[in-house]
Design a protein around this ligand. Structure first.
Ligand code: ADP
Length: 373
Protein backbone atom coordinates (compact mmCIF):
# COMPACT_ATOMS: atom_id res chain seq x y z
CA UNK A 1 0.00 0.00 0.00
CA UNK A 2 2.77 2.43 1.01
CA UNK A 3 4.68 1.49 -2.11
CA UNK A 4 1.62 2.33 -4.23
CA UNK A 5 1.25 5.68 -2.47
CA UNK A 6 4.94 6.47 -3.06
CA UNK A 7 4.62 5.54 -6.74
CA UNK A 8 1.45 7.61 -7.02
CA UNK A 9 3.28 10.68 -5.73
CA UNK A 10 6.41 10.44 -7.87
CA UNK A 11 6.36 11.27 -11.55
CA UNK A 12 9.73 9.47 -12.01
CA UNK A 13 8.34 6.22 -10.64
CA UNK A 14 5.22 6.53 -12.78
CA UNK A 15 7.35 6.95 -15.89
CA UNK A 16 9.53 3.99 -14.95
CA UNK A 17 6.51 1.77 -14.27
CA UNK A 18 4.97 2.74 -17.61
CA UNK A 19 8.18 1.73 -19.43
CA UNK A 20 8.22 -1.50 -17.44
CA UNK A 21 4.63 -2.29 -18.42
CA UNK A 22 5.54 -1.84 -22.09
CA UNK A 23 8.55 -4.14 -21.69
CA UNK A 24 6.58 -6.84 -19.82
CA UNK A 25 3.74 -6.75 -22.37
CA UNK A 26 6.30 -6.96 -25.20
CA UNK A 27 8.20 -9.88 -23.68
CA UNK A 28 5.06 -11.81 -22.70
CA UNK A 29 3.46 -11.37 -26.11
CA UNK A 30 6.69 -12.42 -27.80
CA UNK A 31 6.95 -15.48 -25.56
CA UNK A 32 3.31 -16.46 -26.10
CA UNK A 33 3.53 -15.93 -29.86
CA UNK A 34 6.74 -17.97 -30.02
CA UNK A 35 5.16 -20.71 -27.94
CA UNK A 36 1.99 -20.89 -30.01
CA UNK A 37 3.21 -20.44 -33.52
CA UNK A 38 6.86 -21.56 -33.44
CA UNK A 39 6.22 -25.38 -33.40
CA UNK A 40 3.96 -25.32 -36.47
CA UNK A 41 6.26 -22.84 -38.26
CA UNK A 42 9.27 -24.99 -37.48
CA UNK A 43 7.52 -28.13 -38.72
CA UNK A 44 6.49 -26.29 -41.89
CA UNK A 45 9.93 -24.94 -42.62
CA UNK A 46 11.96 -28.03 -41.68
CA UNK A 47 9.49 -30.68 -42.93
CA UNK A 48 11.32 -31.11 -46.25
CA UNK A 49 14.61 -31.72 -44.37
CA UNK A 50 13.18 -34.69 -42.47
CA UNK A 51 13.11 -36.88 -45.59
CA UNK A 52 16.58 -35.75 -46.63
CA UNK A 53 18.09 -36.45 -43.21
CA UNK A 54 16.02 -39.61 -42.69
CA UNK A 55 14.74 -38.00 -39.54
CA UNK A 56 12.37 -39.35 -37.00
CA UNK A 57 9.73 -37.70 -34.85
CA UNK A 58 12.21 -37.87 -31.90
CA UNK A 59 14.60 -35.68 -33.75
CA UNK A 60 11.82 -33.20 -34.47
CA UNK A 61 10.96 -33.03 -30.73
CA UNK A 62 14.62 -32.40 -29.94
CA UNK A 63 14.76 -29.65 -32.46
CA UNK A 64 11.63 -28.03 -31.02
CA UNK A 65 12.95 -28.18 -27.46
CA UNK A 66 16.28 -26.63 -28.48
CA UNK A 67 14.44 -23.97 -30.42
CA UNK A 68 12.29 -23.08 -27.39
CA UNK A 69 15.33 -22.84 -25.12
CA UNK A 70 17.09 -20.62 -27.65
CA UNK A 71 14.03 -18.35 -27.97
CA UNK A 72 13.71 -18.09 -24.18
CA UNK A 73 17.40 -17.27 -23.79
CA UNK A 74 17.19 -14.56 -26.42
CA UNK A 75 14.03 -13.18 -24.82
CA UNK A 76 15.68 -13.10 -21.38
CA UNK A 77 18.69 -11.18 -22.74
CA UNK A 78 16.41 -8.79 -24.65
CA UNK A 79 14.21 -8.27 -21.54
CA UNK A 80 17.30 -7.49 -19.43
CA UNK A 81 18.59 -5.03 -22.02
CA UNK A 82 15.12 -3.40 -22.24
CA UNK A 83 14.93 -3.21 -18.42
CA UNK A 84 18.33 -1.50 -18.17
CA UNK A 85 17.33 0.87 -20.97
CA UNK A 86 14.03 1.62 -19.19
CA UNK A 87 15.91 2.49 -15.97
CA UNK A 88 18.35 4.73 -17.87
CA UNK A 89 15.74 6.43 -20.06
CA UNK A 90 13.24 6.98 -17.25
CA UNK A 91 15.99 8.46 -15.05
CA UNK A 92 17.08 10.79 -17.86
CA UNK A 93 13.53 11.85 -18.83
CA UNK A 94 12.58 12.27 -15.18
CA UNK A 95 15.53 14.60 -14.63
CA UNK A 96 14.57 16.62 -17.70
CA UNK A 97 10.88 16.87 -16.78
CA UNK A 98 10.72 16.61 -13.02
CA UNK A 99 13.74 18.88 -12.43
CA UNK A 100 12.17 22.01 -13.97
CA UNK A 101 8.76 21.20 -12.45
CA UNK A 102 10.32 20.92 -8.98
CA UNK A 103 12.17 24.18 -9.58
CA UNK A 104 8.87 25.89 -10.50
CA UNK A 105 7.14 24.39 -7.48
CA UNK A 106 9.83 25.72 -5.15
CA UNK A 107 9.81 29.10 -6.89
CA UNK A 108 6.02 29.37 -6.57
CA UNK A 109 6.27 28.60 -2.85
CA UNK A 110 8.85 31.38 -2.45
CA UNK A 111 6.60 33.78 -4.41
CA UNK A 112 3.65 32.81 -2.19
CA UNK A 113 5.86 33.66 0.79
CA UNK A 114 6.37 37.17 -0.64
CA UNK A 115 9.62 36.84 -2.57
CA UNK A 116 8.33 38.32 -5.86
CA UNK A 117 11.76 38.50 -7.49
CA UNK A 118 11.88 34.73 -7.85
CA UNK A 119 12.36 33.44 -11.42
CA UNK A 120 13.04 30.03 -13.01
CA UNK A 121 15.51 29.27 -15.80
CA UNK A 122 13.96 27.99 -19.02
CA UNK A 123 16.53 25.46 -20.24
CA UNK A 124 14.59 23.95 -23.15
CA UNK A 125 12.60 25.11 -26.17
CA UNK A 126 9.74 22.65 -25.66
CA UNK A 127 6.47 22.90 -23.69
CA UNK A 128 8.42 22.94 -20.41
CA UNK A 129 10.43 25.92 -21.65
CA UNK A 130 7.15 27.65 -22.61
CA UNK A 131 5.75 26.84 -19.16
CA UNK A 132 8.85 28.33 -17.50
CA UNK A 133 8.48 31.48 -19.65
CA UNK A 134 4.80 31.77 -18.73
CA UNK A 135 5.72 31.26 -15.07
CA UNK A 136 8.31 34.04 -15.23
CA UNK A 137 5.84 36.38 -16.92
CA UNK A 138 3.30 35.67 -14.20
CA UNK A 139 5.96 36.30 -11.51
CA UNK A 140 6.88 39.59 -13.18
CA UNK A 141 3.23 40.70 -13.30
CA UNK A 142 2.81 39.79 -9.65
CA UNK A 143 5.95 41.72 -8.76
CA UNK A 144 4.70 44.81 -10.61
CA UNK A 145 1.23 44.56 -9.05
CA UNK A 146 2.78 44.23 -5.61
CA UNK A 147 5.06 47.19 -6.27
CA UNK A 148 2.10 49.29 -7.43
CA UNK A 149 0.08 48.23 -4.39
CA UNK A 150 2.87 49.17 -1.98
CA UNK A 151 3.47 52.46 -3.71
CA UNK A 152 -0.23 53.28 -3.78
CA UNK A 153 -0.57 52.60 -0.05
CA UNK A 154 2.55 54.66 0.68
CA UNK A 155 1.36 57.54 -1.52
CA UNK A 156 -2.18 57.41 -0.12
CA UNK A 157 -0.90 57.49 3.47
CA UNK A 158 1.33 60.43 2.59
CA UNK A 159 -1.54 62.33 0.94
CA UNK A 160 -3.96 61.65 3.80
CA UNK A 161 -1.47 62.82 6.39
CA UNK A 162 -1.63 66.54 5.46
CA UNK A 163 -5.41 67.14 5.70
CA UNK A 164 -5.61 64.87 8.76
CA UNK A 165 -2.92 66.79 10.61
CA UNK A 166 -4.54 70.14 9.81
CA UNK A 167 -7.91 68.83 11.06
CA UNK A 168 -6.16 67.57 14.18
CA UNK A 169 -4.45 70.88 14.89
CA UNK A 170 -7.70 72.86 14.39
CA UNK A 171 -9.48 70.44 16.76
CA UNK A 172 -6.70 70.78 19.32
CA UNK A 173 -6.89 74.57 19.01
CA UNK A 174 -10.64 74.40 19.63
CA UNK A 175 -10.29 72.07 22.61
CA UNK A 176 -7.52 74.20 24.18
CA UNK A 177 -9.47 77.38 23.53
CA UNK A 178 -6.63 78.78 21.41
CA UNK A 179 -8.93 78.91 18.37
CA UNK A 180 -12.30 80.62 18.68
CA UNK A 181 -15.36 78.42 18.09
CA UNK A 182 -16.60 80.64 15.31
CA UNK A 183 -17.86 79.96 11.72
CA UNK A 184 -14.46 80.72 10.12
CA UNK A 185 -12.81 77.93 12.13
CA UNK A 186 -15.52 75.45 11.18
CA UNK A 187 -15.38 76.49 7.54
CA UNK A 188 -11.67 75.75 7.67
CA UNK A 189 -12.41 72.32 9.14
CA UNK A 190 -15.09 71.69 6.55
CA UNK A 191 -12.65 72.50 3.74
CA UNK A 192 -10.11 69.99 5.03
CA UNK A 193 -12.79 67.30 5.39
CA UNK A 194 -13.96 67.97 1.82
CA UNK A 195 -10.38 67.60 0.65
CA UNK A 196 -10.16 64.28 2.44
CA UNK A 197 -13.40 63.17 0.85
CA UNK A 198 -12.19 64.14 -2.62
CA UNK A 199 -8.90 62.39 -2.04
CA UNK A 200 -10.62 59.17 -0.98
CA UNK A 201 -12.85 59.34 -4.05
CA UNK A 202 -9.81 59.95 -6.30
CA UNK A 203 -7.97 57.06 -4.68
CA UNK A 204 -10.90 54.76 -5.32
CA UNK A 205 -11.06 55.82 -8.96
CA UNK A 206 -7.31 55.50 -9.33
CA UNK A 207 -7.13 52.00 -7.93
CA UNK A 208 -10.04 50.91 -10.14
CA UNK A 209 -8.45 52.55 -13.19
CA UNK A 210 -5.06 50.94 -12.49
CA UNK A 211 -6.71 47.55 -12.18
CA UNK A 212 -8.56 48.20 -15.48
CA UNK A 213 -11.87 47.87 -13.64
CA UNK A 214 -13.70 50.99 -14.73
CA UNK A 215 -16.62 49.69 -16.81
CA UNK A 216 -17.31 51.66 -19.98
CA UNK A 217 -20.75 52.13 -21.48
CA UNK A 218 -20.00 52.12 -25.19
CA UNK A 219 -22.21 54.34 -27.32
CA UNK A 220 -21.90 56.08 -30.65
CA UNK A 221 -20.96 59.67 -29.83
CA UNK A 222 -20.97 63.04 -31.52
CA UNK A 223 -17.64 64.32 -30.30
CA UNK A 224 -18.44 68.00 -31.09
CA UNK A 225 -21.61 67.87 -28.96
CA UNK A 226 -19.65 66.18 -26.16
CA UNK A 227 -16.98 68.90 -26.19
CA UNK A 228 -19.56 71.69 -26.38
CA UNK A 229 -21.43 70.27 -23.38
CA UNK A 230 -18.25 69.97 -21.30
CA UNK A 231 -17.16 73.50 -22.23
CA UNK A 232 -20.66 74.77 -21.39
CA UNK A 233 -20.40 73.36 -17.88
CA UNK A 234 -17.20 75.26 -17.14
CA UNK A 235 -18.04 78.51 -18.95
CA UNK A 236 -19.20 80.29 -15.77
CA UNK A 237 -15.89 79.52 -14.00
CA UNK A 238 -13.91 80.75 -17.01
CA UNK A 239 -15.98 83.96 -17.04
CA UNK A 240 -15.48 84.42 -13.27
CA UNK A 241 -11.71 84.16 -13.59
CA UNK A 242 -11.51 86.22 -16.77
CA UNK A 243 -10.08 83.49 -18.99
CA UNK A 244 -11.42 83.27 -22.56
CA UNK A 245 -12.69 79.86 -23.67
CA UNK A 246 -12.70 79.29 -27.44
CA UNK A 247 -14.00 76.36 -29.46
CA UNK A 248 -12.46 75.61 -32.84
CA UNK A 249 -14.21 72.74 -34.58
CA UNK A 250 -14.99 72.11 -38.25
CA UNK A 251 -18.45 70.77 -39.14
CA UNK A 252 -19.04 67.16 -40.15
CA UNK A 253 -16.61 65.47 -37.79
CA UNK A 254 -16.86 61.66 -37.85
CA UNK A 255 -18.59 59.85 -34.99
CA UNK A 256 -16.64 58.03 -32.33
CA UNK A 257 -17.49 55.21 -29.94
CA UNK A 258 -17.06 55.54 -26.21
CA UNK A 259 -18.49 56.23 -22.79
CA UNK A 260 -19.83 59.79 -22.81
CA UNK A 261 -19.65 60.13 -19.00
CA UNK A 262 -16.02 59.05 -18.85
CA UNK A 263 -14.92 61.12 -21.84
CA UNK A 264 -16.67 64.15 -20.30
CA UNK A 265 -14.76 63.44 -17.08
CA UNK A 266 -11.48 63.56 -19.06
CA UNK A 267 -12.49 66.81 -20.82
CA UNK A 268 -13.57 68.46 -17.55
CA UNK A 269 -10.25 67.48 -16.01
CA UNK A 270 -8.21 68.96 -18.85
CA UNK A 271 -10.35 72.11 -19.02
CA UNK A 272 -10.30 72.45 -15.22
CA UNK A 273 -6.50 72.22 -15.22
CA UNK A 274 -6.21 74.68 -18.12
CA UNK A 275 -8.39 77.12 -16.19
CA UNK A 276 -6.48 76.58 -12.95
CA UNK A 277 -3.05 77.07 -14.49
CA UNK A 278 -3.97 80.00 -16.75
CA UNK A 279 -3.97 83.47 -15.18
CA UNK A 280 -6.75 86.00 -15.78
CA UNK A 281 -6.58 87.52 -19.25
CA UNK A 282 -5.37 84.21 -20.71
CA UNK A 283 -7.01 82.00 -23.30
CA UNK A 284 -7.96 78.34 -23.54
CA UNK A 285 -8.80 76.87 -26.94
CA UNK A 286 -10.41 73.50 -27.60
CA UNK A 287 -9.55 72.41 -31.10
CA UNK A 288 -11.17 69.42 -32.81
CA UNK A 289 -9.79 67.82 -35.93
CA UNK A 290 -10.35 64.65 -37.96
CA UNK A 291 -7.01 63.14 -38.95
CA UNK A 292 -7.17 59.85 -40.85
CA UNK A 293 -8.92 57.25 -38.69
CA UNK A 294 -8.68 59.50 -35.65
CA UNK A 295 -10.45 62.40 -34.02
CA UNK A 296 -8.05 64.74 -32.23
CA UNK A 297 -9.12 66.94 -29.32
CA UNK A 298 -6.53 69.56 -28.31
CA UNK A 299 -6.91 71.60 -25.13
CA UNK A 300 -4.49 74.48 -25.51
CA UNK A 301 -3.86 77.16 -22.89
CA UNK A 302 -1.74 80.28 -22.64
CA UNK A 303 -1.01 79.62 -18.96
CA UNK A 304 1.88 78.55 -16.76
CA UNK A 305 3.21 75.94 -19.17
CA UNK A 306 5.39 73.03 -18.16
CA UNK A 307 9.16 72.72 -17.98
CA UNK A 308 10.56 69.67 -19.85
CA UNK A 309 11.63 67.98 -16.57
CA UNK A 310 8.02 68.05 -15.34
CA UNK A 311 6.38 67.23 -18.64
CA UNK A 312 7.48 63.61 -18.53
CA UNK A 313 6.06 63.11 -15.02
CA UNK A 314 2.68 64.82 -14.98
CA UNK A 315 0.78 61.60 -15.76
CA UNK A 316 2.30 59.87 -12.72
CA UNK A 317 -0.05 59.66 -9.79
CA UNK A 318 0.25 62.33 -7.11
CA UNK A 319 2.71 64.26 -9.24
CA UNK A 320 2.30 68.00 -8.90
CA UNK A 321 4.69 70.56 -10.28
CA UNK A 322 4.08 72.97 -7.43
CA UNK A 323 2.73 70.98 -4.51
CA UNK A 324 1.63 73.89 -2.33
CA UNK A 325 -0.12 75.67 -5.22
CA UNK A 326 -2.04 72.56 -6.34
CA UNK A 327 -2.92 71.55 -2.82
CA UNK A 328 -4.35 75.00 -2.18
CA UNK A 329 -6.33 74.62 -5.40
CA UNK A 330 -7.62 71.28 -4.20
CA UNK A 331 -5.84 69.09 -6.77
CA UNK A 332 -4.72 65.69 -5.54
CA UNK A 333 -2.43 65.07 -8.49
CA UNK A 334 -4.25 62.00 -9.81
CA UNK A 335 -6.61 63.70 -12.27
CA UNK A 336 -4.27 63.30 -15.24
CA UNK A 337 -3.32 59.75 -14.22
CA UNK A 338 -6.98 58.70 -14.27
CA UNK A 339 -7.64 60.69 -17.47
CA UNK A 340 -4.81 58.84 -19.24
CA UNK A 341 -6.16 55.46 -18.11
CA UNK A 342 -9.64 56.40 -19.30
CA UNK A 343 -8.48 57.55 -22.74
CA UNK A 344 -6.37 54.41 -23.11
CA UNK A 345 -9.36 52.26 -22.10
CA UNK A 346 -11.07 53.80 -25.15
CA UNK A 347 -8.15 52.64 -27.31
CA UNK A 348 -6.88 56.22 -27.54
CA UNK A 349 -3.89 58.27 -26.36
CA UNK A 350 -3.42 61.29 -24.12
CA UNK A 351 -0.27 63.39 -24.49
CA UNK A 352 1.01 66.66 -23.10
CA UNK A 353 3.26 69.23 -24.73
CA UNK A 354 4.59 72.62 -23.75
CA UNK A 355 7.19 74.93 -25.28
CA UNK A 356 8.37 75.72 -21.73
CA UNK A 357 7.59 77.47 -18.51
CA UNK A 358 5.25 80.44 -18.91
CA UNK A 359 4.46 79.52 -22.52
CA UNK A 360 1.24 77.55 -22.11
CA UNK A 361 0.59 73.86 -22.62
CA UNK A 362 -1.37 71.62 -24.96
CA UNK A 363 -3.06 68.36 -23.98
CA UNK A 364 -3.98 66.14 -26.93
CA UNK A 365 -6.54 63.35 -26.87
CA UNK A 366 -6.45 60.99 -29.84
CA UNK A 367 -9.55 58.82 -30.28
CA UNK A 368 -10.47 56.26 -32.91
CA UNK A 369 -13.21 57.05 -35.41
CA UNK A 370 -16.20 54.70 -35.15
CA UNK A 371 -15.61 51.57 -37.21
CA UNK A 372 -17.94 50.85 -40.10
CA UNK A 373 -19.82 47.61 -39.50
P1 ADP B 1 -4.06 68.16 -10.02
O1 ADP B 1 -5.20 67.56 -9.31
O2 ADP B 1 -2.94 68.57 -9.11
O3 ADP B 1 -4.44 69.21 -11.02
P2 ADP B 1 -3.45 66.54 -12.29
O4 ADP B 1 -3.09 65.10 -12.36
O5 ADP B 1 -4.68 66.98 -13.01
O6 ADP B 1 -3.48 66.90 -10.76
O7 ADP B 1 -2.21 67.37 -12.82
C1 ADP B 1 -0.91 67.07 -12.36
C2 ADP B 1 -0.02 68.25 -12.42
O8 ADP B 1 0.23 68.63 -13.77
C3 ADP B 1 -0.63 69.50 -11.80
O9 ADP B 1 -0.38 69.54 -10.44
C4 ADP B 1 0.10 70.62 -12.54
O10 ADP B 1 1.34 70.86 -11.91
C5 ADP B 1 0.38 70.04 -13.90
N1 ADP B 1 -0.60 70.52 -14.90
C6 ADP B 1 -1.72 69.90 -15.32
N2 ADP B 1 -2.35 70.60 -16.27
C7 ADP B 1 -1.61 71.70 -16.47
C8 ADP B 1 -1.74 72.84 -17.33
N3 ADP B 1 -2.75 72.97 -18.19
N4 ADP B 1 -0.76 73.78 -17.27
C9 ADP B 1 0.28 73.65 -16.42
N5 ADP B 1 0.45 72.60 -15.59
C10 ADP B 1 -0.48 71.64 -15.61
Amino acid sequence: MRLLTTIGRRLGWKLFISYLVVIVVGVVSLAVTAELSAPSALVRHTGHMEGMMGGSSGMMDDLLRSFRTAVNEVLAVAALAAFITAVAVSTFVTRRIVGPIQQMQQASQRIAAGDYQERVTASSQDELGALADAFNQMAQQLEQTEQRRRQLIGDAAHELRTPLSSIKSVMEGLVDGVLPAEPATFVNLQREVSRLQRLVHDLEELSRAEAGQIPLEWRTLDVAALVEAAAGRLRPQFADKGVVLLLDMPPGLPEIEGDSGRLTQVLLNLLGNALQYTPAGGRVTIQLRAEGRHVIIRVQDTGLGLAPEHLSHIFERFYRVDKSRSRAGGGSGVGLTIAKYLVEAHGGRLAAASPGLGQGSTFTITLNVKREK
